[in-house]
Unconditional design. Structure first.
Length: 300
């Protein structure tokens, strides 16, 4: 690294050759290697123990300035790349923290709700403002599925509603529900990191443990801390949403509302059919190829 910037080499590759190409570049003196989607391909549900990768990968390698990188371009094993840059490009140095922060600005969700990073003043102090910084757990409001869930909560929450955020991630949905008027929320996840993130974000937003109960799914099973509620929301993936159908339905009060997200448009019909015996789901929002389903529990 230097005070002025770096040189950048870009390659296209596929998962089978990624490790070999990455190791070779580090052997040539690469300072950093990052991966990007090269075909606008969403990463969907990995199997147990799998590391999900795009089928078409853009690999970006950074090198110090002043070095002649033409030998690397000439010698890169052709069997590991599907395309490569003709020459190195220059990446200027900058205040990376400020550049990263600039990507996250206050976002309006629905009629009343704003999601505000801690370094920004709320645009509307009288609105329902949630302070949330990008972190390790999914869910800052920037992803289409989270944005749709927040807008649907804004339209669905009534004073006194109690809710369950199943697969809470950062806790943004449970916290938003409480800020919008819910009286009690439960946030559960199978990842301890998500539980930690939710507790931290609850404290940042002056949400008490009395109002928000946060715990791992395994604890919910053993301690029976969950009870049927008026609204269940789950923003995860289509496969888990299908497998969890009996669980989520049993957590709903008679006439309760279910909100499901994390599924692609083409997956909506299958989930509607899965839940049809218990919940009258319909597609109420679509955004960037993603669908949000919602509906009420049918009489037994």
């Amino acid at each position: 690294m230097t005070d002025t910037g770096w040189q950048e080499l870009r390659f296209s590759t596929v998962p089978d050759h990624l490790d070999s190409l990455e190791s070779w570049l580090f052997d040539q003196g690469a300072l950093a290697v990052t991966l990007e989607d090269n075909a606008d391909e969403p990463l969907l549900e990995p199997g147990p123990g799998e590391t999900p990768l795009w089928q078409n990968i853009k690999l970006v390698a950074l090198f110090e300035t002043g070095r002649d990188l033409s030998p690397i371009l000439a010698d890169v094993p052709s069997q590991w790349v599907t395309a490569s840059a003709a020459e190195a490009s220059f990446v200027p140095d900058q205040d990376w923290e400020r550049a990263w922060m600039a990507d996250f600005q206050p976002l309006k969700m629905g009629r009343r709700l704003w999601i505000c990073p801690s370094w920004c003043e709320p645009p509307d102090p009288d609105a329902v403002n949630i302070h949330l910084d990008p972190g390790l757990a999914f869910g800052t409001g920037t992803h289409p599925t989270t944005a749709m869930c927040l807008a649907e909560l804004d339209a669905s929450i009534r004073p006194g509603t109690n809710l369950i955020d199943y697969g809470c991630g950062s806790g943004i949905l449970a916290i938003a529900g409480l800020k919008l008027g819910a009286s009690k929320a439960f946030a559960v996840d199978n990842d301890p990191q998500a539980v930690t993130a939710t507790l931290d974000n609850a404290q940042r937003n002056a949400v008490t443990q009395e109002d928000l109960d946060v715990f791992l799914v395994s604890q919910a099973d053993t301690q029976a801390r969950l009870r049927p509620v008026d609204l269940v929301i789950a923003n995860i993936l289509a496969g888990p949403l299908e497998a969890l159908a009996p669980t989520l339905v049993n957590l709903m009060n008679p006439g309760g509302r279910l909100i499901l997200a994390g599924l692609l448009n083409e997956q909506a019909a299958g989930l509607i059919a899965t839940y049809q015996p218990w919940v009258a789901l319909t597609a109420v929002q679509e955004k960037d190829g993603w669908t949000l389903l919602a509906g009420e529990k049918l009489p037994e």
